[in-house]
Design a protein around this ligand. Structure first.
Ligand SMILES: Cc1cc2nc3c(=O)[nH]c(=O)nc-3n(C[C@H](O)[C@H](O)[C@H](O)COP(=O)(O)OP(=O)(O)OC[C@H]3O[C@@H](n4cnc5c(N)ncnc54)[C@H](O)[C@@H]3O)c2cc1C
Length: 385
């Protein structure tokens, strides 16, 4: 296992750093985040231009293929350099379900959209009010009548449902054999009659909102089905382990950004006639933050390396998701503490990252569900036969 940076990766990260230096505007981002709740599309356009938003997408689909390790490192680096959670580093993973299972028309549309806008054209409608951690409780249905398909149900917490032209809706055949083998995946236009969105306002990740989505007799053509009917859950889960890594990679990058900022601050900020970095209790915080950052990166990169080498990451991805979600928030919390009162303002970059990183302990599977996944498998390895 070798995590030293290859020449290609070095070039990739140098180009990214150059682009961030040229195109990233912290003041503008703060305004978008707190006041306008919009993505920094100008900066995303620059990432598109430089080819970063198609990283990991196979060459035959117009992308730049890289291994998972590079993709995860890229997500860490983008968050470290910008201090922001931008939904562009995981495009290759988010659209893979449709590239793998969609028909040629769906593939063409998705790829063209990502190439132009830098983000996928759909929001994921999976969770429901009664089905969060327990996806088997999904109740949204797809029924047929007169050659058409009708979707009925209620999806919860659908991120960016307003700005995505489509919703990737998971339905369930309530009469099916088992819930997991009875789910299907549909591409639903978010402006179709019968689709109603109701915004919820998140406490962090404020460049977008998430929505309660009500689906009432939404009429679709058969061609809106993605992949095989009844196989929607398996299709969605194809990349879930690596998606979890990509999700927490942003937290690791933000933790590193916060560490760098606060370590500089500890050298400058004077109290009791000395820089606060002089006090051992401050040094202890910085030391523990650094240990957590190194641990997170090791766990993350090792898991990605295993995936690249065809080794199962079923347990590792749950451990990495849980550890990185918790540790990145702890690092951010210590960073905020070291900034004192100024850290607790909307003008501080660290408070913004603190708000963002907290969601990692819930989204993509909660801390507790990572125990549910990893813990049982760990026990199984040490069972007497
Ligand atoms: C920022 C953000 C973005 C999101 N975006 C989307 C999206 O785009 N699309 C989408 O479909 N969903 C989205 N979600 C929803 C997300 O997937 C769910 O919030 C998550 O799966 C948890 O479900 P829940 O909120 O219903 O909590 P619940 O499942 O009700 O859990 C409540 C508490 O009980 C605990 N718990 C539940 N079961 C167990 C168990 N077996 N053992 C121990 N503890 C347990 C949980 O860990 C948690 O602490 C998003 C969530 C967030 C925070």
């Amino acid at each position: 296992m070798d995590f030293s940076i290859t020449e290609e990766q070095e070039l990739l990260f140098e180009n990214l750093a150059e682009l961030v230096k040229r195109g990233w505007n912290e003041t503008e981002y703060n305004d978008l985040y707190y006041n306008r709740h919009e993505l920094p599309q100008g900066f995303i356009d620059q990432l598109i231009e430089a080819g970063f938003t198609m990283l990991g997408v196979p060459e035959e689909y117009g992308g730049t293929p890289v291994d998972y390790q590079t993709l995860v490192m890229f997500a860490v680096e983008l968050a470290r350099l910008t201090g922001a959670s931008l939904p562009v580093a995981s495009n290759a993973i988010s659209i893979d379900d449709i590239i793998s299972f969609g028909n040629p028309e769906q593939q063409k549309f998705i790829l063209e959209y990502v190439a132009k806008h830098g983000t996928p054209p759909f929001a994921l409608g999976f969770s429901e009010p009664q089905a969060g951690s327990d996806s088997s409780g999904i109740l949204t249905t797809a029924t047929r009548n007169g050659g058409k398909v009708y979707i009925n149900g209620h999806k919860s917490m659908v991120t960016d449902a307003d700005i995505s032209p489509y919703l990737l809706v998971i339905t369930r055949d309530l009469e099916g054999e088992t819930p997991m083998k009875s789910m299907s995946m549909w591409l639903v236009p978010n402006d179709a009659p019968g689709v109603k969105l109701e915004a919820l306002h998140k406490i962090g990740l404020k460049t977008g909102r998430f929505f309660e989505v009500y689906l009432e007799n939404v009429e679709l053509e058969e061609s809106a089905l993605i992949g095989v009917e009844g196989n929607g859950f398996m299709q969605l889960m194809k990349n879930f382990e690596i998606e979890r890594l990509m999700l927490v990679a942003t937290g690791v990058g933000m933790a590193e950004a916060a560490f760098e900022e606060v370590a500089r601050y500890a050298n400058l900020r004077e109290q009791f006639g000395k820089p606060i970095g002089f006090f051992q209790i401050v040094q202890e915080k910085l030391t523990d933050m650094k240990i957590k950052i190194e641990n997170m990166k090791t766990l993350l990169y090792k898991t990605a390396w295993k995936k690249d080498n065809g080794i199962s990451i079923q347990i590792d991805s749950a451990l990495a998701k849980r550890y990185c979600a918790i540790a990145s928030f702890e690092v951010l919390d210590d960073a905020l503490q070291l900034m004192g009162g100024i850290g607790y303002t909307e003008e501080s970059r660290i408070s913004r990252m603190w708000l963002d990183v907290r969601h990692l302990r819930i989204a993509g599977g909660t801390d507790e569900i990572m125990v549910h996944i990893g813990g049982r498998q760990l026990l199984k390895q040490f069972r007497y036969h």
